[in-house]
Ligand binder design. Structure first.
Ligand SMILES: [Zn+2]
Length: 442
């Protein structure tokens, strides 16, 4: 029975291994003339042998988003994952294909900038198919027009998808001028085309009053945390149900641990808890972003549209403002009390020492006097004893002053920390411990 099962399993695995790739694999012959590759720098197209496999759900989803933004039907071409550098549009046996690299698509999850680079390149390649471009065209001037057409499509699509103008040109800005085949116009001309189509679409959507991207606002509250907050350039798109926040945070050389938070003023009635970080909140960088589903938290669009009410803060992990619990003051306070006690005790010793000098010896200078005879201590012993007390006084005084100084410094440090933590509330969102320094002061 066991043997039969093993044979059956082997046969099953064999079938899966053998049949699945064969059923899905497409052999494509690509060259720079029968396709458009975004990495068209000649050295970037070393392969002549390309294979297309069944696409991942992620890639299909990204593609659907682009087509939805363009109100287009997905049947215009077929999507295949392949050994291309990023994305390629081509026609094979009369059928239109978009080939993409899975590693390239995965970048949509890195940060906002990488995400828009992916969308922009894919939109360009889709544009070729939507515009029905003929890759057999050999006239370089016509080919250049084709490229500009695909760029125009990409700029408009990215605006429809709520990318900012800088996001729309992020991909083209990575290309080097002058390193491409004669089928491509200068990078500068392509960049202008993308910017222009972004702008025209922007005007269209605003004029028609059907901008799907909501209102863009700046979020400034985080600035109140001062220089220790590394978040900059914080902006947000407020849609009907969610706020999409984008920000930059420059890393501190040599520091590798960071924490990002949404912030609100100390007495704010906004408590953002349904937060989804789309880039790692423990890393700094350009174009970090997150979504706050404010409707889920019970807020209306009007309530969250007050820019002074919210912000973003990124701290080096050790510099996150933390409230000081009452016990945090006990060490400094104890040091001050002990120091004061030592100084008081020391001054008592000093008084004793002076008494020894002054009474009675200082008053009776004659060594032959009775006070220096019999059971009394000798003058030298007495002075030694007085000196010892005086030295002890000095020791207690010094230790006391050091304790008071250290204690006061510690108290000031805690008070400053306290103050920083009072600036506002920090919210890390679901799945993480909510840090709320303000809670101690409400
Ligand atoms: Zn192209």
């Amino acid at each position: 029975m066991k043997t039969t099962l093993t044979v059956f399993r082997c046969a099953l695995i064999f079938c899966i291994c053998l049949q699945t790739p064969l059923a899905q694999t497409l052999r494509i012959n690509l060259d720079k003339n029968n396709s458009c590759s975004y990495a068209e720098e000649l050295s970037d197209v070393p392969e002549t042998e390309y294979y297309g496999y069944y696409p991942s759900d992620k890639a299909v989803k990204v593609m659907e988003e682009i087509l939805m933004a363009a109100s287009l039907n997905p049947s215009a071409f077929e999507l295949k994952v392949s050994n291309v550098k990023n994305a390629v549009a081509t026609v094979e046996n009369g059928k239109r294909y978009i080939l993409y690299s899975q590693q390239f698509i995965s970048q949509v999850d890195y940060d906002a900038k990488s995400k828009w680079i992916v969308y922009s390149i894919l939109a360009h390649e889709i544009g070729h198919h939507i515009l029905g471009h003929n890759f057999q065209e050999t006239n370089p001037e016509h080919r250049k027009q084709m490229e500009l057409g695909a760029d125009e499509f990409s700029g408009a699509i990215l605006r429809s998808m709520c990318a900012e103008e800088a996001d729309a040109v992020a991909a083209i800005s990575t290309l080097k001028e002058g390193a491409y085949s004669p089928n491509y116009p200068p990078v500068s001309a392509r960049k202008e085309m993308i910017s222009n189509s972004w702008y025209i679409k922007d005007q269209d959507l605003k004029r028609q009053g059907r901008d799907p991207c909501g209102q863009t606002i700046g979020l400034e509250f985080g600035e109140k945390f001062g220089k220790q907050n590394l978040a900059e350039n914080v902006r947000a798109q407020v849609k009907e149900e969610e706020m999409i926040i984008t920000f930059d945070a420059e890393a501190i050389p040599g520091k590798f641990a960071y924490q990002s938070y949404m912030t609100s003023p100390r007495y704010s009635n906004l408590t953002p808890s349904s937060i989804e970080w789309l880039s790692d909140p423990e890393k700094p960088g350009i174009g970090r972003h997150l979504v706050w589903y404010f409707r889920k938290d019970g807020y209306t669009k009007e309530q969250v549209l007050k820019p002074q009410g919210l912000g973003i803060a990124v701290f080096e992990a050790k510099k996150v403002p933390q409230p000081v619990p009452p016990l945090g003051y006990s060490l400094g306070g104890t040091a001050v009390l002990l120091g004061t006690g030592a100084v008081i005790y020391g001054s008592q010793l000093k008084a004793d020492a002076l008494d020894l000098y002054n009474n009675p010896y200082a008053a009776v200078r004659d060594p032959g006097n009775d006070v220096y005879q019999g059971g009394n201590l000798s003058r030298t012993e007495t002075y030694n004893s007085a000196n010892k007390k005086y030295r002890n006084y000095q020791m207690y005084r010094n230790v006391g002053i050091a304790l008071i100084g250290g204690g006061v410094a510690l108290l000031i440090h805690k008070i400053v920390k306290h103050k920083k933590s009072k600036v506002g509330n920090l919210f890390a969102g679901d799945g993480k411990v909510k840090v709320d320094p303000g809670i101690f002061f409400k």
